[in-house]
Design a protein. Sequence first.
Length: 667
Amino acid sequence: MTKNDDGTFTLPVDTKRDGVSQGNGLIPVTVYYNASTVTVSKNFKVGTVPLLSKVEAGEVKYSNTTTKKLSVANDVATIPLTLYDQYGNKLVKAQLDGATPEVVTNINPVVTPFDQKFEFNKNADDKVLLFDDNGNAKLELKVTAKMDKNGEYTVNIYGGASSATATVSVGAAKVATKFEFDVSGVTLAANDDKVIVPIIAYDANGEQLTAQEIADSAADNRFSLTAPSNATVKVLQTGTDKGKLEVKFTGTGPVYNQVNTKVFLSGQINNAQTNTFVQTNITVSDFRTPESFKVDNDLTPKAILGAGDDFVLKLQDAHGQEVKNIPATIEGANGQTSSYRVFVEVTASGDLTVANVTPKGTGITADAGATATKKTFTFTNGQFEEFNKGFAVTSSVGDEGKVTIKATVQKKGSTGDFSNYSSSVSRTFEAIKSDADLTYSLKTIGDLYAAIDKLDAPIEGSVGASQFDKKIEVVAKDSAGNEVKLPENFVKDISSSNPSVVVAGPDVGTPPKQDGYVLGNKAGTATVTAIVYTNKGNTVNLTQEVTVKADQIVVEKLEADKKSKAFDAAIVNAIGYFEKIKVTDQYGIAYESNNKSGSDAKSEISTYDSVLGLRYTVKVVNGTGAVTVDPKSGAIDVGAIPTTVKEFEITATAPNGKSVTVLVSRP
């Protein structure tokens, strides 16, 4: 017998010993006080084996402490329990555990209304787990998938002759319960082998879902989608069109759908409690054919002293999209077939000949019958991509003459000859005489950064060999104000009125063809004077006031070539997925890093990290696992990327928050 702190005594009694019968046996207990003759006695009746006779449920607790609801897979609601025997004593874990437990009972919890996504935690024998590691009685109810509605469920807990109830709250997760197709900006041409249709979806709370949430709903088989018999449909799980519907047409083409017919799409939510059915249609438009030209790089109308230029036109369809190679014959809505080509006419006069104009595309030759003053090029349906590369125009010192380039889309039916189909686009390039009267000026230099003062060697560099200097650009104009292309800037010398503010210096080229550079030293203003050769062999002094600022360099513009790219184990740096990142600061200085090799490779962003501070981060957006990237260099630990990572985003961020992101997807 032991004495407790509160003055009571504890006397353990073995009621299972021989001679004691359960249910009617008696055990007399007498306590003697040794210091006197005081005694106390009592007979205790031996009862039957404990039975579970009462169950009480406590306050429900949720693993999602923010919403305090069950919403997504593996969310858990814990219901505390108190179990009593027929004598009002609390039952403990030891009484119900083991191969031959003292108390044999079966707790049977039932959720109302029934939902197959509910599941109680059970042991290996498929019995509901009743106790935690600390011996506390409880039930754990979890959901196995996302819930698509809000509500409350009743958990009825049956045990012995007693029962208890608890209420569990459920919150709708981000799953689609309503959706629609957005075809407002969708164009489907007869020769398109697929079309991408945006989906707008909402959850049970009326909140619009993100592209990832729509893709997740599709992966959970929430959508039932139908398309015409000549097409297959799926919601894209990766890429820049993630969460959109891809309608892919079967067959060999080039015509996948007839012009003016309609492609019907329909769908519904795979849930008996969601009455959602939507349908739409897309009218098939004409074949994507060349309808017009877009000037991508215009010619400078005049040139002198052997200057040249490029003239680039892009073929466009009726919807403003670039047209590449197309089939030889195309069937229209009326059943008639047509063929297309681009006809280019080059004419020359004076010292210039048609040889001064050459296509930049490969495999292009002039039509037969060319002369020194006229030649033509015929770009067939399979050469449109080469046409889109443009033309190079050259001249030589002393030339005086003109060349004109005229392009027209031509079309013909099943019979007959080609005829002009589009409006022509024409440009003239004129080489003017070497002694023409021209006026000269300097193109606006803009502000400079005080690189010499603010940066440490060797980052600041020297004039003519610094990332932070600027090249002087000379502008020549004729008497009518037309700009005249110069082959060089023809800077003979350059100086600064205050070298402590602006340092100026010439290029190391051979006179008279030189460039001049200016580099900021300290904050202030100075006048830059450039001595420039004119076309007549004279020199002129051109001046411009330049301001140098000490304001810390910040990223004004951040650009990348790619927004999405397929995963490639050979790419070990973030730049490889962007292909090129270009930073422009507030002084107009550009910095570039790319994934090219040899002399074309550039790593200026990392070289000038001390002033740019670009950092790389990565986030897995689809799948499980992690991707590690060095925040400064952009190096990716490719070998550590698990196959369970399906998509990840790499973001390059400047200190001021400007950023670019590329989505990397596994096929």
